[in-house]
Design a protein around this ligand. Structure first.
Ligand code: C2E
Ligand code: CA
Ligand code: CA
Length: 593
């Protein structure tokens, strides 16, 4: 330490300074946050400050000027504040000093503290060393590095680390091992999150992360990719079947109920699996293929797992192409509405036309909504597309006779889009169509995500005077509670029941029950997909109010509907007129009516 004036002047080529200056220098050195030492060319200590002694828990005696570096390190070894090989350290240091270069090194002591040591050679021989405590800096650097590679919520590896690990693991595949990549997605997580709030959603994700870890072995990687998406790298596999065993184990674990904040939550998981080397040997390809298999699992009805198959790739490409085309189609005016009549046989009249979307694709030709509506729903394109349908249907229906209504299909995504009410009012005001002439058809899936706001929107629409029909009744969960949750104006019995009427008594009993139910609840019952005279008679017998189907007419372009209306006086579209519709299609239809 500075202050041993006599010995310091013994060894020192220290510049001649006044006593006052020396005191000043001492104050400065002893108040530095770094440890500072100076050695002469013989590796003898010239001075060292307080901080150094304190850092390494030495006695002031131990760091007396004149002592050799070797001895100083010996004291530190005794104090337990030196790690490594002292001779080796000295050798490297001396070597660097001899070569005239700075020697820096970071050491971590047995007690966990880390120091950055920088030794700079001096022109007059010897060197000056600074010792800086970098423990906190290193820890925060580590924390930042950890955060960059882990998910903050669950502390699982994130996509970056997953990809790194996969990069590393596929090298072993190239040496003859096999591995699996599993992409996982919680079913209905969004619904849980929306209904119970984000804090509960977050807790659920943490619990799921814990269960996933519990299902895997030490060398496997469980990662969270974001939202409710997870991925697993399964290593040390004997055969691809091992991945199926893991997938089953995961599902069994995930479906067990969760207790969070007084709520019992049940969820399921869909899993897609790709296996290296069979489905690829590159990380990105394996991830992409597992993701595609996940898509397949979800399409299979969720809560299941699927292995990747090459056809999935082809299908996915076709789907992506469809999506791209769909994005341009509205602007390029490729959509058109066709209209199919709904017939009331008791009143002998056409009551409404259902607007059915057609896509005149420049290359594909006329494309069925069954092919593109699901893609539009998944991508959210259904919202602008649905708006176009609504505006167009209202604008075209304004030209129809007084009592003839227009029915428009709504997807669940449109009801969740919140501005539906203003979209409907705008379409009505812009076209001038009275609300009573608009029917909106929704399916049970809308009510499945039965949020308060969905029901409120439906009530608002009904208050406007718009009618609400429950479409495709019987295909989904068909819970009677849906009928209780909202006062529908109409139930549309799905065409599958109508087409099954000839097969046994069961479909007949169901149709009969639904028709009666509708009557009691003061709703219209409409049978869809009526194709034969026999079906028509049976449906009439059980008291179905309304019918729709090829027997009466296919869906037709607006122009044809207007031509038909032009041939008749307004309001007179009874059964007698229906053959006129058929005449346009050809002789095979509707002779019966
Ligand atoms: P949907 O609402 O159940 O419409 C009835 C479907 O049954 C129509 O098919 C119609 O052409 C068909 N159909 C009518 N009569 C018969 C029959 O006698 N036999 C048979 N086998 N089928 C009959 P389309 O036009 O292909 O529409 C399919 C589905 O696409 C619709 O089912 C509806 O869910 C959806 N869709 C159509 N247009 C729109 C739209 O503008 N918006 C929304 N969100 N969905 C639409
Ligand atoms: Ca419909
Ligand atoms: Ca339907």
């Amino acid at each position: 330490m500075i202050g041993h004036q006599s010995s310091a002047t013994d060894v020192l080529p220290f510049p001649k300074i006044s006593r006052k200056d020396e005191q000043l220098l001492q104050t400065v050195l002893n108040n530095m946050s770094q440890g500072v030492l100076m050695f002469d060319s013989e590796t003898r200590l010239v001075f060292c400050n307080h901080r150094y002694v304190e850092m390494y828990r030495l006695s002031s005696e131990a760091a007396r000027p004149g002592c050799l570096l070797r001895d100083l390190l010996g004291q530190r070894i005794e104090a337990g504040t030196f790690s490594g090989d002292a001779d080796d350290y000295i050798l490297k240091l001396i070597e660097a000093m001899a070569e005239g270069r700075t020697y820096s090194t970071t050491v971590t002591l047995p007690d966990g503290r880390s120091f950055l040591i920088e030794s700079k050679p001096l022109a007059a021989g010897g060197w000056i060393a600074t010792h800086e405590d970098v423990t906190e800096r290193l820890r925060s650097e580590e924390r930042i590095a950890h955060m960059a590679r882990h998910d903050a919520l669950t502390d699982l590896p994130n996509r970056v680390l997953l990809r790194d690990r996969l990069e590393h693991e596929v090298k072993r595949v190239k040496r003859g091992e096999c591995l699996a990549v599993l992409c996982l997605d919680l079913d209905q997580f969004k619904g849980i999150n929306d209904a119970l709030g984000h804090p509960i959603g977050d807790d659920l994700l943490k619990l799921v992360a814990g269960r996933l870890r519990g299902c895997t072995r030490e060398p496997d990687t469980v990662a969270r990719l974001g939202g409710d998406e997870f991925a697993i790298i399964m290593t040390q596999m004997q055969e691809p079947g091992d991945a199926a065993v893991l997938a089953r184990r995961i599902r069994e674990s995930i479906i067990k109920p969760y207790q969070i904040d007084g709520h019992q939550i049940v969820t399921d998981i869909s899993i897609g699996i790709s296996v290296a080397p069979f489905d690829g040997t590159e990380p990105d390809q394996l991830l992409k293929n597992a993701d595609m298999a996940l898509y397949g699992a979800k399409a299979d009805g969720r809560g299941t797992f699927r292995f990747f198959e090459p056809e999935m790739d082809t299908r996915m490409k076709a789907r992506r192409e469809l999506e791209m085309d769909l994005r341009h189609a509205i602007a390029s005016k490729e959509f058109e509405l066709y209209y199919q009549p709904l017939v009331n046989l008791q009143k002998n009249e056409i009551t409404a036309f259902e607007a059915l979307l057609r896509w005149n694709h420049p290359k594909r030709g006329v494309t069925s909504p069954a092919d593109f509506i699901p893609v539009a729903e998944e991508t959210g394109l259904i919202v602008p597309l649905g708006e176009w349908v609504l505006r167009t249907a209202c604008a075209e229906a304004i030209n129809w006779p007084g009592h003839v209504k227009v029915a428009v299909n709504l997807s669940a995504a449109q009801l969740n889009s919140r501005n539906l009410l203003s979209m409907v009012t705008t379409s009505l005001t812009e076209s001038g169509l009275p609300p009573s002439k608009l029917q909106l058809e929704i399916t049970e899936t809308v009510l499945l995500q039965n949020t308060f706001s969905t029901l409120a929107t439906l009530h608002e629409l009904q208050k406007l005077g718009v009618q609400i029909a429950l479409d495709d009744f019987g295909t989904g969960y068909s819970s009677l509670s849906y009928l209780r949750s909202f006062p529908f104006d109409k139930i549309k019995i799905d065409k599958s029941f109508v087409q099954d009427l000839a097969n046994g008594t069961e479909p007949l009993a169901i149709v009969n029950a639904v028709a009666n139910l509708a009557k009691c609840l003061n709703m219209t019952s409409t049978a869809e997909g009526v194709e034969t005279k026999q079906q028509l008679e049976t449906l009439q017998a059980v008291g179905c109010t309304e019918m729709q189907g090829y027997l009466f007419s296919r869906a037709r372009p607006a122009r044809e509907i207007n031509e038909i209306f032009a041939k008749h006086t307004a309001g007179a579209f009874g059964v007698g007129q229906i053959p006129d519709l058929a005449a346009i299609d050809g002789a095979q239809m509707a002779k019966s009516a």
